[in-house]
Write a protein that binds this ligand. Structure first.
Ligand SMILES: *Cc1c(COP(=O)(O)O)cnc(C)c1O
Length: 419
């Protein structure tokens, strides 16, 4: 890592770093075929999902979000070239964040494995039978656990409880009270820690290891989570076609993804790279207080380095992004696949969140607005073609209670007024 980048990260400046790591680290278990397998599994579960979560019926039981133009926002950001779209994972059904992709997928895969092993389910069955009481009792003999800053816990907790599993969420100190309350309403066991995300995960992982009937969803290492996220890519391809967006050498696609431990943005980026190759340019964005993926990739040290090693405390208001150490699996896979990595100050998250609300009447949580900062930095690069399409991946928001929304927006508006 250059000394100037090192210094900028230590001083918590907002940075844009063009990735020049070319070393590839492919991982045998991660293949395009594994993503097709995940997509097929989600199709098998679609009749079940449509039955137990009626809000997914219009999409025939698929958990998917809209892709839409935000021309007013683009204008407010004073950008005149290219086309700006938002991917509204903030509105994903069931848990209202990008975690509804990977988290729910891993729980479903585990449930399917147990059900198939029991001999009472076969691949060609209509999976809506899994909503029946005898299946809920069957799953109740098994446990699921996860460590989380909040949103992953919501996904895993709600989905596991719905199937009948006994589920425990190990939550770091920064997790919001309303997320703990909501989980307890779903009969999820919430264990609270006075420590950060890495510690909550480590404790949850070691407790689960002592229990043969417990499956631990490992955000730092799981390939299943990764595949669940990666399925987004082929669905996005269809949505882009529906909006008449071409992706080719003349019309590259820039995708701005907020990054925590890495699985969500990494899965999406991996899937898109497989479909579009060099014509897609994924750009990750992290809080200035917790640039763990940028550090991992720029130093090529992967999980061997954490933000504490450069004097940062990892404390940020950005839910889901307060992560000090990146997933080594993801940092390796992303090393030669990312176009750039960037960082954003917390206050800017509130500014973009409020501006989006003002311009488009679209509510997202502050961390989910990080992509706008990356977009602005990318647009400032002289080699960004005027014919490009840009997607800001809005990773969460619809579950945020009204009282918190009002506070977030009021703070964001006050910052905009001062500018
Ligand atoms: C979890 C999360 C992310 C990032 O996902 P990772 O897999 O942790 O990198 C981004 N935005 C929100 C709102 C999240 O909850």
């Amino acid at each position: 890592m250059s000394t100037s980048l090192d210094l900028a990260l230590r001083q918590q400046q907002a940075v844009y770093w063009r990735n020049h790591v070319l070393r590839t680290h492919d991982i045998a278990a991660v293949t395009p075929a594994a993503i097709h397998d995940a997509a097929a599994r989600l199709q098998r579960f679609a009749p079940y999902i449509a039955q137990v979560f009626p809000q997914t019926q219009a999409a025939n039981g698929l958990i998917e979000s809209p892709l839409q133009d935000i021309a007013a926002m683009q204008k407010a950001l004073q950008q005149v070239t290219g086309r700006l779209l938002i991917k509204r994972d903030s509105d994903l059904p069931i848990s209202g964040s990008i975690k509804a992709r990977g988290g729910i997928y891993e729980v479903l895969k585990h449930a399917e494995t147990l059900a198939l092993q029991s001999g009472k389910l076969s691949l060609n069955d209509d999976y809506s039978v899994l909503a029946q009481n005898h299946w809920r009792e069957f799953f109740n003999g098994y446990r699921i656990a996860v460590g989380s800053t909040g949103n992953l816990g919501l996904s895993i907790g709600i989905m596991s409880a719905q199937l009948g599993f006994e589920v425990t969420v190990h939550m770091s100190a920064d997790a919001r009270q309303w997320k703990k309350d909501l989980l307890r309403q779903h009969s999820v066991i919430v264990v609270e820690y006075d420590d950060d995300y890495e510690a909550a995960v480590a404790s949850g992982r070691s407790l689960a290891a002592q229990d043969p009937l417990c499956h631990f969803v490992d955000d730092e290492q799981s390939t299943d989570l990764f595949f669940g996220y990666a399925v987004a890519a082929e669905r996005l391809q269809q949505q882009l076609q529906d909006l008449n967006v071409r992706v080719d050498a003349e019309h590259p696609l820039y995708v701005y993804l907020p990054c925590g431990v890495g699985g969500g943005p990494g899965g999406v980026a991996y899937g898109l790279k497989h479909l579009y190759g060099e014509h897609v340019k994924p750009v990750f964005v992290e809080p200035t207080a917790a640039p763990c993926m940028l550090l991992s990739i720029a130093t090529e040290q992967h999980e061997a380095i954490s933000v504490a090693d450069i004097g940062l405390d990892g404390k940020t208001a950005a839910d889901g992004l307060a992560v000090g150490r990146a997933s080594g699996l993801v940092s390796r896979l992303m090393s030669d696949r990312l176009h750039a990595l960037s960082t954003v100050a917390d206050d800017d998250l509130y500014r973009y969140e409020a501006l989006l609300w003002q311009q488009e009447q679209c509510f997202i949580e502050p961390s989910a607005a990080a992509g706008f900062a990356a977009y602005q930095m990318q647009m400032a690069q002289t080699d960004t073609p005027a014919t490009a399409t840009h997607i800001v991946w809005a990773t969460g928001g619809s579950m945020v209670p009204e009282a918190e929304r009002v506070d977030y927006l009021a703070y964001g508006m006050s910052l905009l007024k001062q500018d």
